[in-house]
Design a protein around this ligand. Structure first.
Ligand code: BGC
Length: 745
């Protein structure tokens, strides 16, 4: 349901009550509604934030009683939630219910694949379903809002939070942002028992941190901001998202959490957003460290007037808004507006009808970690796996083969969830070893050795691995990154498999047996040496609690691999930042020439990807016919039909993801060499051919022009129907129409 309709429908009945409340509130009580603190009462087994902002339960209880807290975050639990809510509803002057929020990023109790992994499924329905399941568990645990989805487009794999998003492509980010918002919020309105409020974060440009350094400055053209980084936020708002989190970083010199342009002019003025903006964990306070605000009072004034409605953790709004209103530096109208936004969302969530929604312990027990959700986690896991290489058809493995499973992740359960998991059930985590043994005909045929730690060698590890591999027919290497190597504040300089694991791989390669590499990773990796040269390479990310089973489903062929890379795997770390949709430059390099001077390339490698965006193999062997187009002209108001015939010449069923890319040959601003515009999935039995059809229209072909508006320019376009961003043979068509069309905004 569109956000405005939601607000109109649900708030409608409470609009007058909210106005009456605002009229009755003291300035302190108004500031209190905008004060969001960490929940000191409820269960949070894993710390996810840098400082202990949680505070003392007695102090926070006193603040709630005084009407000085509007929301709490990162506590879950129905029964305790009821007790806290009771304080707000029964012991405060105005009896306004609290809003409870939490970082439910890829599951509450049932842990699904990390969002980057799930993006590899290129499946909006899957993203919708996992978000829905997460919402059902969250809503039943006395939480009304999640701080997800993260919709930051990630083009520098050194940055650690790629793991939390949908990768490097704008279209895929847009589609998954919308699907995840709809999944969290559901179709029946926010007041529904199973709905949670979604929060698109972090607006904006957070992922464009210079050098991939967490929290770093971003500096970009208006075209890049509006053409790459803002669209997924717009997609989230259009899907009904009623909360936005402002980012830590500065953009072109203005900290995002102090940017009126981002948080008011664009978000509200251009997009019509009606929800509230929440700061990211003290980001309003950080205007001081940015050198943008003089002190805490100044930071409050700047952030609040820019459009940050709610302050997370710092307590600054509670402390300074009353004084700022008294001095006239913040208007009462602005204060009322922010309070109104928060109360409208509380009303939309049904909190004024039932402040105790989601506080039924019996229901919590019934839905959290349900069998259905666990099954969905395994399904999502296997659909997220990407097969990069399969020389000689080494995969799928036979269930009767003698297998050595070697590497730090062979029997590990600590790194199956991945980052941003707080309330998972540790006992449900499935290791690769467990998954393999369950799938194999004779589990005795599996030998297991860690061989190495993740970043440090293991004493005697390599000898143990060699012993484990002695009688094996195939060695499966479970290597890569640990959970704590990606996620917030986990930027890396080299995106490689750590050296001690490379030594283990070299020792295994010396045994001259077939090797399968199962990569565990929260970002793209630059694969080197014997990892790169292994016969088979599989990207298994962090697949969530059912990881061992999900990987076994694919490795043993019960499910053919169907994932595609949502991020490019480069040849070298030094290619970062990297995305497939780069400009051609004035001196495009020929990727097929080993070295070519005075071209846009490095000395050591072509500036292509080793495994490009969109790449992924199945167990079939799919070939593409030429593009079929009836005409090579697209009329401004018309459509252009395109088709390609794909054939599976292999012995196994294949799921193929046919991708449509375009290149605007000549434009008033230089354009990407390729840009994804659509994709379609087909299932092909051995020997089967299918024609896959697409339709293009002019609206899909525009870009942000020099005047900062979306414009469409006639002229020649290349178009590919291809298996990935570096594949296929283009056809050409001409867009005809007025000289150039701008939406004028
Ligand atoms: C993160 C946010 C998160 C918040 C609350 C911050 O450090 O950047 O994404 O929602 O903490 O835990």
């Amino acid at each position: 349901m569109p956000a405005s309709a939601e607000i109109a429908r649900t708030v409608g009945r409470h609009r007058q009550r909210i106005e009456d409340l605002i009229a009755a509130m003291t300035v302190e009580e108004k500031a209190g509604q905008l004060n969001l603190l960490a929940d000191p009462f409820r269960w949070m087994p894993t710390a996810v934030n840098p400082l202990d902002g949680t505070g003392d339960p007695a102090r926070v209880t006193a603040l709630i009683r005084a009407g000085k807290v509007g929301s709490l975050f990162n506590g879950i639990g129905a029964e305790a939630g009821r007790r806290i809510q009771q304080v707000a509803v029964e012991e405060t002057r105005l009896k306004i219910p609290l809003l409870f929020a939490a970082d439910v990023i890829h599951g509450l109790s049932t842990i699904f694949p990390v969002p980057l992994a799930e993006a590899a499924a290129f499946d909006t329905d899957l993203a919708y379903r996992t978000a829905r399941a997460a919402a059902v568990e969250t809503a039943a645990s006395a939480v009304h809002q999640t701080y997800a989805p993260m919709v930051d487009v990630a083009r520098d794999q050194r940055w650690g939070r790629n793991v939390e998003g949908a990768g490097e492509d704008v279209l895929l980010n847009n589609l998954l942002a919308a699907a995840r918002v709809r999944g969290f919020q559901g179709e029946k309105g926010l007041a529904d028992r199973d709905a949670v409020l979604a929060t698109a974060k972090h607006m904006a440009g957070y992922s464009a941190a210079i050098g991939g350094v967490e929290y770093n400055t971003t500096d970009m053209s208006e075209q890049t901001l509006r053409g790459v980084f803002l669209p997924p936020f717009k997609a989230a708002v259009d899907a009904g998202c009623l909360s936005i989190m402002s980012a830590f970083n500065d953009v072109n010199g203005v900290p995002a959490s102090g940017s009126r342009k981002l948080l008011t002019d664009i978000l509200r003025g251009e997009w019509g957003f009606e929800g509230f903006v929440v700061s990211d964990y003290t980001s309003e306070q950080e205007l001081i460290a940015h050198g943008f605000a003089e002190d805490a009072r100044d930071a409050t004034r700047l952030a609040f007037n820019a459009g940050v409605d709610v302050s997370m953790v710092s307590g600054l709004y509670m402390e300074h808004l009353p004084g700022l209103v008294a001095s006239g530096e913040v208007s009462m109208a602005r204060l009322d507006e922010a309070v109104r936004r928060v109360l409208h969302v509380k009303a939309a969530l049904g909190l004024f009808d039932d402040p105790y929604r989601g506080m039924d312990a019996a229901r919590e027990k019934a839905v959290v970690g349900s069998r259905e959700h666990i099954e969905l986690s395994r399904e999502a896991g296997r659909k997220s796996v990407v097969l990069l290489k399969n020389q000689g058809g080494l995969l799928p493995l036979k269930k009767t083969q003698k297998i050595a499973l070697v590497g730090p992740f062979a029997d590990d359960v600590d790194n199956v969830w991945g980052p941003w998991t707080i309330w998972g059930a540790p006992e449900r985590r499935v290791s690769l070893e467990t998954g393999f043994r369950a799938a194999m005909r004779d589990p005795q045929n599996l030998t297991v050795a860690r061989g190495s730690g993740v970043e440090t060698p293991l004493a005697g590890g390599i000898e143990q691995a060699i012993a484990a591999a002695r009688d094996a027919e195939v060695i499966v290497l479970a290597i890569g990154e640990a959970t704590n190597m990606s996620g917030e504040a986990q930027s890396r300089t080299e995106i490689v498999v750590p050296a001690p694991q490379m030594a283990l791989v070299d020792a295994m390669a010396a045994l001259n047996k077939p090797m399968v590499v199962l990569l565990r990773n929260g970002r793209a990796l630059a694969l080197e040496g014997n990892v790169k040269n292994a016969q088979a390479i599989v990207v298994t990310w962090f697949l969530g609690e059912q990881m061992g089973h999900a990987v076994a489903d694919v490795v043993f062929g019960d499910h053919g691999p169907s994932g595609r890379l949502p991020i490019s795997f480069p040849h070298r770390s030094g290619q970062q930042p990297y995305s497939y949709d780069r400009k051609t430059t004035g001196r495009p390099a020929n990727p097929d020439l080993a070295s070519e001077e005075y071209k846009a390339r490095y000395r050591e490698t072509t500036n292509t990807a080793l495994y490009p965006f969109g790449f992924g193999l199945g167990y079939g062997a799919v070939t593409y016919g030429p593009i079929e187009m009836e005409r090579d002209v697209l009329d401004w108001a018309g459509t252009l039909d395109l088709a390609v015939t794909v054939t599976n010449a292999g012995p196994h069923t294949a799921e193929e993801l046919v991708q449509l890319y375009i290149h605007d040959r000549v434009a008033s601003l230089t354009q990407p060499g390729r840009l994804l515009k659509d994709f379609k999935r087909v299932t092909l039995k051995p020997g089967e051919s299918q024609k896959v059809r697409f339709t293009l229209n002019a609206r899909q072909l525009g870009f942000i022009g020099a005047d900062e508006t979306y414009r469409i320019e006639p002229g020649l376009f290349d178009v590919w129907l291809a298996p990935h961003a570096q594949g296929g043979v283009p056809a050409t068509f001409r867009l005809v129409g007025p000289p150039s069309i701008s939406d004028g905004r």
